[in-house]
Design a protein around this ligand. Structure first.
Ligand code: C2E
Ligand code: MG
Ligand code: MG
Ligand code: MG
Length: 282
């Protein structure tokens, strides 16, 4: 017992712990600073219809243009932002920016939907749908122009509350997508109950599916599952022509991946889309 007490007391004064909480505070204040001083960037990666090659959507992916560390990828700060709850501000910043850019991305006869990633924290926030309403209003855009991507684990954190939020978002007209499908603790019962429109097959199954027969079977089964449930299905992590062709043969609806384009700044995305359309016409 005494040893345990000692350990506890020691932990309280652990200089390592002390400095790590200092680190937490400084990263948090850096992130706050980043939002206020316009250091966050919205990048876009196309989602392309496999049957006709049209760009029908773009996923918004955050980057942090850090003055010292350069362009920081989301994996370096999103998990931290989720732990501290800061991710709620980040989601709203991304949605605000996406809604601001939305009109400039539309072309006659070629509507482009924008996908935004949500976190568990957003689903647990009862005010979240109303906050999105305010941003739609601010930019005069409609919810149907947006798809909200949610991971299975974000839903399973508190399924009842998540279900409530998702229903409210879907009732407004937002499209809903299950991201990284196949990697979380997916419950098919929830898949059946939730007002979801799209499944995104995780890139870990897609990237090497032309070499790995097990991955290919998982992808094929997921496409069938989605279609049998009336959902549209997207494969992320398409890195080469072989995978693109396999997905086409298997009637996958949309593809996203480095083979077509990496995530790009908005201007770069617009230029890429122009080249892509010209190549399709040629
Ligand atoms: P995600 O939502 O599953 O996004 C897809 C990730 O796969 C992106 O990584 C994208 O760049 C990458 N990817 C797409 N095609 C390929 C490919 O062909 N090969 C490979 N190797 N990777 C590909 P990114 O941009 O680094 O984002 C990582 C994760 O960070 C996202 O995964 C998402 O979970 C999170 N994230 C990014 N932006 C946001 C955001 O604004 N809010 C929240 N909550 N999370 C975000
Ligand atoms: Mg996503
Ligand atoms: Mg994903
Ligand atoms: Mg992912």
């Amino acid at each position: 017992y005494i040893a345990k007490r000692k350990a506890t007391v020691f932990e309280l004064y652990d200089p390592a712990l002390d400095s790590s909480s200092k680190q937490t505070l400084s990263l948090l204040s850096e992130l706050r600073y980043a939002v206020e001083h316009h250091e966050l960037r919205l990048f876009l990666q196309p989602k392309i219809a496999l049957d006709n090659g049209r760009v029908i959507a773009a996923e918004a992916l955050v980057r942090w243009q850090h003055p010292v560390r350069g362009l920081v990828p989301p994996d370096a700060f999103i998990p931290f932002a989720e732990q501290t709850g800061f991710v709620r501000q980040l989601t709203l910043w991304m949605f605000d920016e996406a809604a601001r850019q939305w009109a400039g991305l539309q072309q006659p006869g070629l509507p482009l939907r924008m996908s935004i990633n949500l976190s568990t924290r957003d689903l647990l926030d009862l005010d979240f749908p109303a906050r999105l309403d305010a941003l739609l209003d601010k930019h005069q855009v409609a919810p149907e122009g947006f798809c909200l991507e949610i991971t299975e684990s974000a839903i399973m954190d508190d399924p009842l509350r998540a279900e409530g939020t998702l229903k409210r978002l879907s009732d407004r007209g937002f499209k809903l997508s299950i991201d990284d499908f196949g990697t979380g603790y997916s419950s098919l019962a929830y898949l059946k109950r939730l007002p979801v429109d799209e499944l995104k097959i995780d890139k870990s199954f897609v990237m090497g599916m032309e070499r790995d027969p097990d991955d290919a079977k998982i992808v094929r089964s997921t496409i069938d599952l989605a279609h049998n449930m009336g959902l549209s299905v997207v494969a992320e992590g398409v890195e080469n022509a072989a995978v693109w062709n396999l997905l086409r043969e298997q009637n996958c609806d949309e593809a996203q991946g480095y083979y077509m384009s990496r995530p790009l700044p908005v201007d770069g995305f617009k230029a890429w889309r122009q080249r892509w359309a010209e190549r399709a016409e040629a």
